[in-house]
Write a protein that binds this ligand. Structure first.
Ligand SMILES: Nc1nc2c(c(=O)[nH]1)N[C@H]1C(S)=C(S)[C@@H](COP(=O)(O)OP(=O)(O)OC[C@H]3O[C@@H](n4cnc5c(=O)[nH]c(N)nc54)[C@H](O)[C@@H]3O)O[C@H]1N2
Ligand SMILES: Nc1nc2c(c(=O)[nH]1)N[C@H]1C(S)=C(S)[C@@H](COP(=O)(O)OP(=O)(O)OC[C@H]3O[C@@H](n4cnc5c(=O)[nH]c(N)nc54)[C@H](O)[C@@H]3O)O[C@H]1N2
Ligand code: SF4
Ligand SMILES: [Mo]
Length: 568
């Protein structure tokens, strides 16, 4: 072990907090944005009942035996009949070591994401890379527009630093940040691109666009404006659910101010998530918010690895499957690491049916829902026993993790498992763990400033409202304060507005064209009348969602669906 007391929070979260081991208690450090506080999810992580023994067909076995079974299974399976599926249970950079082995072995790999892919593709198309502006530009902004992001919950530390600013929220749900906002636009789901065009049109009418910025930094703004003015204002009001008065209020609030847009997952969980995001980014450009020389900008989930060379990456000719479309049933062997697809991937029934047909190896820290279908379980050791580096996707800092305690007997780290298999198969070895760690620790990235912003030229988005009737609902999910995706404290209710006529405690059957499941109703007037709301991690929501990829980024589109509710 070592004397360095730093521990990075490994959880998939914007903040990437830095902790410190003080006499056996992990406390938030005063580095980065952590500001001495770690959150309730981190506290839950420390209390997790971690896997202590490997299991084969539900019986405890030794780690050595488990590794033998894995090796034997890999040797007796044709590589292309196997798949390597990695989730985001731990975002440390060392987690990618096993992918190196499976690339050399020849497994199918995944492409795209269950998370931010569509939005990222949209931003990349206009700006070349998905990089957030520096944090100073946020701290210096006057007004913050929180757009499809559960800001105070999902990046609570970042929020704490700016909580006294003026907020505008654009979200169908009255989220905690919406309650603190001076203006809340309860936009209809999947109409954010129309809202962006509506606002662009008004910006022109109000002479609010930043002509100098447009001239110097952008291409295609006239065309973008032409698209925006194609429709009468009243038609935008009708489809977006945002009134002209509210839109004018936004312009009153941002006039002469520097503005930051905190853009979240909500706007892009759709087939055309990339186009939708690009329209919002286009509105931000039209207003000059991307100006590298002034405060403000647009923050999304940035490519946290930008500028780093992946230390364990290796080229291969592996087949790549869009992650929402993975059918485990197509593979004799499925190796699942740091993920819980039974809850977090779309179309739960299809996931379960597939897992039942495959020999499933689960490599993780806890016995989660997916373990029910695993033939072999290999326990990964706790983050406290792994050396690692965490990069934030919310801002630009990194956090470091040194080993704080010996790993439990019977557990193994990602690096160790990968090295073990690589040796057994006589493949090209990984660089040493220390070498990789030191590289990530010491590397300083220079982030480019915006050179050219290219506006979107064609917009073709099929609205969901076309198929919306009195009887069906939009499906909305957002993260919860006390869970981290499917980990920790899970809430399995459906939240509905009281105008739906249901009562608290009603048991309802909810169905979509992808599947059905039962839920208990909890009434909340924070939910827009047309929406049914679920917290991410709800064990039944993804029975309803499409296991199909979006149009641009091979990523999930959880909200591209309408659902029906009936008493059961
Ligand atoms: N406490 C906690 N923090 C987390 C996580 C967690 O599980 N718990 N998860 C982490 C992960 S993996 C991620 S990716 C990030 C995600 O963090 P966020 O980007 O904040 O994503 P969500 O929580 O999904 O919030 C999406 C918001 O969009 C809204 N929304 C839904 N549909 C629409 C729409 O059509 N238009 C608009 N304008 N809004 C819409 C929802 O109501 C919700 O408020 O959070 C990270 N942080
Ligand atoms: N309907 C709907 N579905 C969603 C979302 C949504 O908003 N709505 N959000 C999506 C998003 S943004 C995301 S990022 C995904 C997340 O989906 P997943 O990546 O599948 O994440 P989790 O479901 O949290 O499962 C993480 C698992 O990782 C394991 N784990 C934790 N630490 C370690 C470790 O150190 N090593 C190893 N090997 N394993 C570890 C734990 O056993 C845990 O159960 O879910 C997506 N699913
Ligand atoms: S706020 Fe996020 S990064 Fe910080 S301790 Fe909590 S889960 Fe970890
Ligand atoms: Mo995510």
């Amino acid at each position: 072990m070592n004397s360095n007391k730093k521990v990075a929070c490994p959880l998939d979260c914007y903040d990437a907090c830095q902790g410190e081991n003080i006499d056996g208690n992990i406390k938030g450090s005063n580095e980065n944005i952590t500001n001495k506080k770690l959150c309730v999810n981190f506290a839950s992580l420390l209390k997790e009942d971690n896997l202590k023994s490997a299991k084969y067909k539900n019986e405890d076995i030794s780690l050595e035996k488990a590794l033998d079974i894995l090796e034997e299974k890999l040797k007796s399976t044709e590589a292309e009949k196997s798949i390597y599926y990695n989730g985001s249970g731990n975002l440390g950079l060392m987690q990618s070591a096993p992918k190196n082995f499976f690339t050399q072995y020849g497994s199918a790999l995944t492409k795209g994401s269950l998370c931010d892919g569509g939005g990222g593709a949209g931003i990349e198309a206009s700006r070349g890379a998905v990089i957030n502006p520096s944090i100073d530009k946020l701290l210096d902004a006057d007004v913050i527009i929180v757009w499809g992001r559960n800001f105070s919950v999902t990046s609570s530390h970042l929020y704490n630093q700016v909580k006294d600013k003026t907020f505008i929220t654009i979200d169908p749900i009255t989220t905690p940040i919406a309650k603190k906002s001076e203006l809340h636009m309860k936009v209809n789901p999947k109409t954010d691109y129309e809202l962006a065009l509506f606002l662009t049109r008004l910006a022109f009418m109000n002479r609010a666009e930043d002509e100098e910025f447009l001239e110097e930094y952008t291409e295609g703004s006239d065309w973008f404006f032409d698209i925006a003015k194609n429709r009468p204002l009243v038609s935008y009001e009708a489809t977006t659910g945002v009134s002209l008065d509210e839109a004018y209020k936004l312009f009153d609030m941002v006039e002469g101010k520097s503005v930051a847009i905190m853009l979240g997952l909500g706007v892009q969980k759709y087939l055309e998530g990339s186009q939708i995001t690009r329209c919002i980014d286009g509105f931000a450009a039209y207003m000059g918010y991307h100006n590298p020389n002034t405060a403000g900008g647009l923050w999304y989930l940035s490519d946290s690895g930008y500028g780093y060379d992946k230390q364990f990456a290796i080229k291969g000719k592996n087949k790549k499957i869009a992650v929402p479309e993975v059918d485990f049933g197509n593979y004799e062997l499925s190796f699942i690491q740091g993920a819980n697809p039974v809850v977090s991937a779309p179309n739960t029934q299809a996931v379960i049916d597939g897992l039942k047909k495959s020999f499933v190896v689960f490599f993780g820290t806890t016995y989660n829902d997916t373990c029910e279908y695993a033939d072999l379980i290999i326990p990964s050791c706790s983050f406290l026993s792994k050396k690692d580096v965490r990069l934030s996707y919310g801002n630009r800092h990194k956090s470091l993790s040194y080993i704080q305690k010996d790993k439990e007997e019977g557990t193994i780290s990602e690096y160790e498992l990968a090295s073990y298999l690589i040796e057994k198969f006589d493949y090209q070895a990984l660089c040493s763990e220390d070498e990789a760690f030191e590289y990530y620790k010491d590397k300083e990235v220079e982030y480019p400033t915006l050179e050219t912003f290219e506006f979107i030229e064609d917009i073709e988005v099929e609205p969901l409202y076309k198929d919306k009737t009195e009887d069906n609902f939009y499906l909305i999910t957002a993260k919860s304060k006390s869970s981290l995706n499917s980990q920790f404290k899970i809430d399995n209710n459906v939240y509905l507005h009281e105008s739906t006529g249901y009562s608290n405690g009603d048991i309802v059957k909810i169905s979509s064209k992808y599947g059905e499941a039962q839920f208990t109703v909890s009434l909340s007037n924070d939910i827009k009348e047309s929406c049914a709301f679920f917290f991410a991690g709800n064990k039944n929501t993804n029975y309803l969602t499409p296991n199909k990829e979006d149009e641009d980024s091979n990523s999930a589109m959880f909200q591209e669906v309408l659902i029906n509710i009936e008493l059961s």
